[in-house]
Design a protein around this ligand. Structure first.
Ligand SMILES: Nc1ncnc2c1ncn2[C@@H]1O[C@H](COP(=O)(O)OP(=O)(O)O)[C@@H](O)[C@H]1O
Ligand SMILES: [Mg+2]
Length: 268
């Protein structure tokens, strides 16, 4: 299964620039200023992510994972330091420029799905296009193909409340792909799912990465992190470790998960 990309070459944009950096951050800090105190959520984080990488961000609760992902996703601005997406210096951009970058290059999968309850599956997937004023038949067709890709072919007209958590997560993933993003960012997107659904969602991330998209996901599960190519650990708002996962370890994690899922399915 694969979706057609909107450019005529049939190759997602990410494949063009192999060897380039998808993102580069240096001494990145983020402080939240509250009435009573200032929370230093990130205290100087630096790392580079080449295009096509697949990074899992781990670390204890409160260590700054979501803050970092939100900055990478251009949902928020850093307090200091530099953040490049490709050649663009995000820290210097206006809110409008950030919104453009988000809608052109970034697919963000929120932990809480953030679906619109009044809209159907297909309509929810189309929401990012709606903000760009694109709502024609071609866009609807694209949304339907994405729904099919994430296994929701028979749920096109369902509302979020009529779906399981795993199905809602798939809608959120399909919605994140509707702009054919170079960058897919996901915050604990398998955190509340059963192992069968987790395996399906991770298989989808594998596919997206094989297509050349850069993936960065936050997770607290070791077996999810081992499916990535690299694990970055945060601690107290700082980078603690940065580890490459060998291809052997990745495929062992895939096999172990698949075996566990098959075992589970046999018992049902
Ligand atoms: N919008 C916010 N306003 C104030 N403090 C925040 C905000 N978001 C996060 N924080 C604080 O920043 C720190 C890092 O939070 P977060 O990035 O959500 O961590 P994680 O995702 O690793 O659990 C925490 O101490 C958290 O309470
Ligand atoms: Mg978080």
């Amino acid at each position: 299964m694969s979706i057609e990309s909107p450019n005529s070459s049939g190759i997602v944009n990410g494949l063009k620039g192999r060897g380039r950096l998808a993102t580069s951050i240096k001494n990145l800090t983020k402080e939240y200023v509250l009435k009573s105190e200032t929370v230093r959520a990130l205290r100087g984080v630096s790392f580079d992510v080449p295009e096509g990488d697949y990074v899992a961000i781990m670390g204890p609760s409160g260590s700054g994972k979501s803050t970092l992902l939100n900055l990478l996703g251009c949902l928020d601005k850093p307090t200091s330091g530099s953040l490049f997406l490709g050649d663009d210096d995000i820290a210097q951009m206006t809110d409008d420029q950030l919104a453009d970058i988000r809608s052109q290059r970034i697919g963000f999968v929120f932990q809480s799905y953030n679906l619109i309850q009044q809209l159907s599956v297909v309509e929810n997937i189309q929401v990012p296009l709606y903000y760009q004023g694109k709502l024609g038949a071609a866009e609807r067709e694209r949304a339907i193909r994405l729904a099919e890709r994430v296994g929701l072919k028979d749920r096109l007209d369902h509302r979020p409340s009529q779906l399981s958590g795993g199905q809602q997560q798939r809608v959120a993933i399909a919605r994140s792909l509707v702009n054919d993003p170079l960058f897919v960012l996901a915050d604990e997107s398998t955190g509340n799912l059963d192992s069968v659904t987790t395996d399906e969602i991770l298989a989808l991330f594998d596919e997206l990465n094989e297509e050349g998209r850069t993936i960065i996901l936050v997770t607290h599960e070791d077996d999810v992190a081992e499916r990535a190519k690299r694990v970055v650990r945060l601690k107290d708002g700082m980078l603690h470790t940065d580890e490459v996962i060998s291809e052997e370890k990745r495929s062992a994690a895939r096999d172990a998960q698949r075996a566990a899922v098959e075992e589970l399915l046999k018992r049902q």
